[in-house]
Write a protein that binds this ligand. Sequence first.
Ligand SMILES: Nc1nc2c([nH]c(=O)n2[C@@H]2O[C@H](COP(=O)(O)OP(=O)(O)OP(=O)(O)O)[C@@H](O)[C@H]2O)c(=O)[nH]1
Length: 138
Amino acid sequence: MSAKAIHINVTCAIIEQDGLVLAAQRSAAMSLPLKWEFPGGKIDPGETPEECLRRELVEEMGIHVIIGKSLPTSMHHYPTFAVTLHPFVCSINSGVIVLHEHAAIVWLPPEKLHTLDWAEADVPVIGSYLAECKAGFR
Ligand SMILES: Nc1nc2c([nH]c(=O)n2[C@@H]2O[C@H](COP(=O)(O)OP(=O)(O)OP(=O)(O)O)[C@@H](O)[C@H]2O)c(=O)[nH]1
């Protein structure tokens, strides 16, 4: 199988707090270095997307999240792999954020999210989220 055939399923958390949304910057050592993303990661075999998201948020940031509404999935082909993102709107239930993998985080109002240099797969996710906000669902 060529590298281009690799397709991964990834969960990601749109974490809301006090009207702001958390964005996380990938480290220089990660794939897609220094791009911004929503925290999360690859779904392991046998795991539900929600189980994956809970595990990843503990591993990456030391927080326990409450998982809310799912947003439409986003599929994107990068040069060496394809990803399907499974986004969920979340809030922090417990824990204080400690960055174990990311270079930085920032809390932004939803309408400022587009100012960051996002991983390309995230761009439609931001669009779906903003549509929810505009429709008054959030
Ligand atoms: N967690 C997360 N990953 C994303 C997002 N958007 C996006 O394209 N991805 C890609 O999906 C993959 C997520 O897997 P991961 O977070 O478990 O990856 P990783 O850093 O361990 O990857 P690695 O295999 O490069 O070490 C990464 O290749 C990442 O670039 C996003 O919003 N959140």
